[in-house]
Design a protein around this ligand. Structure first.
Ligand code: ZN
Length: 161
């Protein structure tokens, strides 16, 4: 038996003003994305904003449905919109934030495994690492470059062979 460890790496910023201006701007775009969240069941709004190489911003927000599994996370709403419309304009970074009136969110909201897996595949297909900013409006911001830091055990196409 061998014990193995995986080291991940990310940066933590205590407030939005500590970010560089480009990252700060993208976090503010993620707040805008909250406006179109359709979350009548959880009342938990999530907003995502992608910054593309051209400078274009793609928005996504969580879209719930009364048939619960039919809904989709904010991150994948944005990512699939990118894949369907702008696949040749690489994703440079993604910011994610959340809001609810029910309680104060005190830590960054992390994407679910499915969203990380989708991010990882697009990161690989565009051959360019993606920065991820997880922005808690009442707390810290976590930033990482490369999805592998948030999902070390990615499922890759090579595993199918
Ligand atoms: Zn998700």
């Amino acid at each position: 038996m061998t014990n193995k460890e995986i080291k991940i790496s990310f940066e933590e910023y205590s407030k939005i003003d500590d970010l560089n201006s480009v990252d700060k701007a993208l976090c503010l775009e993620a707040i805008k994305a909250l406006d179109n969240s359709h979350s009548p069941y959880s009342k938990f709004k999530v907003g995502a904003a992608l910054r593309l190489q051209s400078g274009k911003i793609i928005y996504g927000s969580n879209q719930e449905n009364v048939a619960y599994p039919s809904g989709l996370c904010a991150e994948r709403v944005a990512l699939f919109h990118w894949g369907a419309n702008y696949p040749n304009d690489p994703i440079i970074s993604m910011a994610v934030t959340a809001h609810t009136n029910d309680f104060q969110i005190l830590a960054p909201i992390t994407p679910c495994g499915s969203c990380l897996q989708v991010l990882a595949e697009y990161e690989k297909s565009q051959a360019k690492t993606i920065e991820v900013l997880l922005y808690c409006q009442n707390g810290a911001i976590w930033k990482t470059t490369g999805i592998q830091n948030f999902l070390p055990f990615l499922f890759f196409e090579e595993r199918l062979k």
